[in-house]
Every structure is written in structure tokens, then in C-alpha cells.
Design a binder for this molecule. Structure first.
Ligand code: NAD
Length: 425
């Protein structure tokens, strides 16, 4: 995720690729893994670039550039989202693909990491144009994706319908229904119950475990959440249900704060009424910057990347931070929080419920057997607790930050798999 400079201290604009490589080399200092493995993991297996021609509704033909970066598949098929956004580049896809490799390994899923997308502004596309673009993109990627090769999912600018078109195009070309080629589909065509809520659910589970670990029982704990979309609203409502006190939430326009606690069901999520948070008048209005600096037990940035920086990290008053969004804390922000003793539970663990339930969806597709929502949620709970305990053990054993410990768990698994399989020839 590239960012604009936020302060003089933050002199380097950190791209997803730089972040992913830096985390790899940082983790490598704590893991006994061959240098050759680290070298291999510093590079993607391949980055495919394709031209995607689109006949616009007015008859003109325009050509867009699409990418699929496949980072590593030592533990299983590549896995990761497809985003439609004007800023999609090969480098960004490669960095985000690396993040997916670590995320899948942390959750011990039999997947590697990938990311792709098209450099296009979806706001400029009609629904028909988006469908034609997606079908042609599926055709262009046909040789490199598949249930046993690489399994895309929704990301920025794409959704369950996009995945339905992609799956339909791929299945027609293959001459057989192949639901396992993508995840994040509507349940009626092989999607999983509970997939949409899963990232928010995992954030809530991890926040609960963090509260227990730091001796701050969730019951009555005060929580501020930035972003009231899929991740933020689902996490907020679950935590509310589990007895926490959600004191502040926000959307892109700003936030609301009530130290007595907000009624999270009454505030519309992004999906229910986009940007409706500040129209909920029964609370004090706060800015997004003020929300981040509230004196709460747990802060959950769940909107966008790079919001906790060298500029505001000194002012953060929360006792624990749980990253709901991808990359909400910059490197310099992270260092300041570490020096101040504020633990940051990283994104690649906290929001990994999404890819975990994607794995459940893939299993259901391959086995042609649907799971109930109860089963999905139960298995997600177990998967999150196992990952939490694996990381907790490294934190306790090596006195690392939660972020470093999480990368250590991931790198150990990937490194062992690579060393055991060896390098051929
Ligand atoms: P969403 O579009 O459903 O909701 C985003 C929310 O953040 C909205 O309330 C929006 O108003 C708010 N927002 C947008 N820009 C903001 C800003 N600059 N400041 C404050 N609020 C802002 O998105 P989502 O799916 O909930 O994703 C949120 C984050 O979580 C992203 O970083 C995303 O990459 C990450 N994530 C999402 C999933 C998923 O499957 N939904 C999985 C893993 C990670």
C-alpha cells in the first residue's frame, strides 16, 4: 500500500513491496532458516501482466492492464484478492502477494500468496462494462489460475458478483463448473456462509484474546474503532455482544463518541447506509484523528492504511491496538508504540478470518458439501485461537513484539516447507 509522506520523520514512502521485504528480513534474524530460502522468498515466483480489452457501452474499445503476482506456493495454491483500482501496479501486487504468503502461513492454511487486479477506476464502469472486463480478465488469466493453482478472491473494487462472473467465465472455458477457482462468491453458487463477516469476526476474537492476555477482561473494556465498514462494523457488533463497551466509531466523514457506550446495532454500517455514522446524532462528534487518540483500552483501526504514524503515535492513549485494516501502522509509528510499551496485534493475524473462511469455502467447493454458518464460525474460532496461541508462545519465549512474533511463526512454517522440499534441480 503506497502512502503519501505524513511527516518529515516519515521520509520514506513505503510501498507494499518494501514493507513485505523488510518484514521478511526482520523475521529472518529470529528464525533459523537457510539464507537461500530468504533469498527465494524475497522474489515472487512470477508476475503476469495482461492486456484486457473492453468494448465500452458506447462502442469504443479501451485496453486496461491487468496483473497477477504469484509470490510463493510451497505450502499450497496461491491465494489472494483481485482489486480494481487506478493505482494497481505490478510492484503493489507483488508486495501484497507476499503479505498473503505470510498471512496464510500464520493461519497454517495450505495456501501460498498472490494478488492481482486491473488498473481501472470502477466508478467509470457501468455494471455491464465491469462484467465484460471481468470475464475477459478471467480468460486472460486462465492458464495461471485454478483451484489447484491459484485461487483469487474479492478485494478493493471487486465483490461477490465480480467473483461470480469470474467463476462463470472460467467454468465455461473449462467445460465444467469449477466453483473452487475463486472464493468470496455468493453462497448460492458455492460461496460460504459467514465469509462476509469473517474478517470482522476474527478481529473481535483477537481483540478478546488480547484483552485476556493483558489482564483486561473484555467485559466492560472500552473500545474505539475507526471505520464502520465490513471489518469495523462486524467487529464492533460482536465485541458489543460479548460485553465490551464500544465508545467510538467512525467513517470517512468523521466519528462519534460516547463514554457510556454506543448502540452498535443502531448505527448504520457502510453497507447498510454508506457514510451514515456521523448522522447518528446521539453522541459527541469527533474527527478521525481525535478518535485515534482517545483514552480507551483497545483501539481498532479498521478503515485504511497508514493512519498511525510518527506524527500521532506519541499521542495514542489506547493500551492495546488491534489492526483491523491492512497496514494501518507505519514503520515509524510502530517503533514509537513499541518504545511506549503499547502492544500492536498485527493485521496479518487479526483480519485473517477472511482468508481462513475463504479456505473453508474452497474446501466446500472441492467436496461439493456446504457447511452451516455455525460450523464455519466454530471452525474459524478454533483456527484463530490456534494461531493466537502459536504467536503468544513466540512472544513469551523470545520477548518479541506481536508483529515480529507473527512473522516468525509464518517464516518458520514456510522455511521448513522450503528446506524439506529442497530446490530443484
Ligand atoms: P469497507 O469499504 O466495507 O468500509 C470501510 C470503512 O472505512 C467505511 O466506513 C468508510 O467510510 C471508512 N473510511 C474510508 N476511508 C476512511 C478514512 N480515510 N478515514 C476513516 N474512515 C475511512 O471496507 P472493509 O472491507 O471494512 O475494509 C477495511 C480495511 O480492512 C481495509 O484496509 C481492507 O483492506 C481491510 N480488510 C478487509 C477485508 C474484507 O474482506 N472486507 C479483509 C481483510 C482486510
Amino acid at each position: 500500500m503506497s502512502s503519501k509522506n505524513t511527516s518529515e520523520n516519515e521520509s520514506v514512502d513505503e510501498s507494499a513491496l518494501e514493507t513485505a521485504r523488510r518484514q521478511l528480513h526482520r523475521a529472518a534474524t529470529h528464525v533459523d532458516v537457510e539464507q537461500g530460502v530468504i533469498e527465494r522468498l524475497s522474489h515472487p515466483t512470477r508476475v503476469v501482466e495482461v492486456s484486457v480489452p473492453l468494448r465500452r457501452d458506447d462502442g469504443r474499445v479501451e485496453v486496461f492492464t491487468g496483473y497477477r503476482a504469484q509470490h510463493d506456493d510451497v505450502r499450497g495454491p496461491y491465494k489472494g484478492g483481485l482489486r480494481y483500482h487506478p493505482h494497481v501496479t505490478a510492484a503493489e501486487c507483488t508486495g501484497l502477494a507476499m503479505w498473503m504468503t505470510w498471512k496464510c502461513a500464520v493461519m497454517d492454511l495450505p495456501f501460498g500468496g498472490a494478488k492481482g487486479g486491473i488498473a481501472v477506476d470502477v466508478k467509470d464502469l457501468s455494471a455491464d462494462e465491469k462484467e465484460r472486463l471481468t470475464r475477459r480478465f478471467a480468460e486472460e488469466l486462465r492458464d495461471v489460475v485454478g483451484p489447484k493453482q491459484d485461487v483469487p478472491a474479492p478485494d478493493m473494487g471487486t465483490d461477490t458478483q465480480t467473483m461470480a462472473w469470474f467463476m462463470d467465465a472460467y467454468s465455461m472455458q473449462h467445460g465444467e463448473l469449477t466453483p473452487g477457482v475463486v472464493t468470496g462468491k455468493p453462497p448460492v453458487i458455492g460461496g460460504s456462509y459467514g465469509r462476509e463477516e469473517a474478517p470482522g469476526r476474527s478481529v473481535a476474537i483477537v481483540a478478546r484474546e488480547a484483552a485476556n492476555y493483558f489482564d483486561r477482561p473484555l467485559n466492560g473494556a472500552s473500545i474505539a474503532i475507526q471505520g464502520f465498514g465490513s471489518v469495523g462494523a462486524n467487529a464492533a457488533r460482536l465485541l458489543d455482544e460479548w460485553g465490551a463497551n464500544i465508545v467510538a466509531v467512525s467513517d470517512v466523514n468523521g466519528g462519534i463518541y460516547d463514554p457510556e457506550g454506543l448502540d452498535t446495532q443502531a448505527i448504520p454500517s457502510h453497507k447498510e447506509k454508506p457514510e451514515g455514522v456521523t448522522r447518528h446524532r446521539k453522541a459527541t462528534q469527533v474527527t478521525n484523528d481525535e478518535l485515534l487518540e482517545l483514552d480507551v483500552d483497545i483501539l481498532i483501526p479498521a478503515a485504511v492504511g497508514n493512519v498511525i504514524t510518527a506524527e500521532n503515535a506519541e499521542q495514542i492513549q489506547a493500551d492495546i491496538i488491534v489492526e483491523g485494516a491492512n497496514g494501518p501502522t507505519t514503520t515509524s509509528g510502530d517503533e514509537i508504540l513499541d518504545n511506549r510499551g503499547i502492544p500492536v496485534i498485527p493485521d496479518i493475524l487479526a483480519n485473517a478470518g477472511g482468508v481462513t473462511v475463504s479456505y473453508f469455502e474452497w474446501l466446500q467447493d472441492i467436496n461439493r458439501r456446504k457447511w452451516s454458518k455455525e460450523r464455519v464460525n466454530k471452525e474459524l474460532e478454533e483456527a484463530m485461537l490456534t494461531a493466537w496461541r502459536d504467536i503468544e508462545a513466540v512472544v513469551d519465549e523470545k520477548s518479541l513484539t506481536w508483529r515480529d512474533a507473527t512473522y516468525v511463526v509464518a517464516l518458520r512454517r514456510i522455511g521448513e516447507a522450503k528446506e524439506t522440499r529442497g530446490l530443484w534441480p
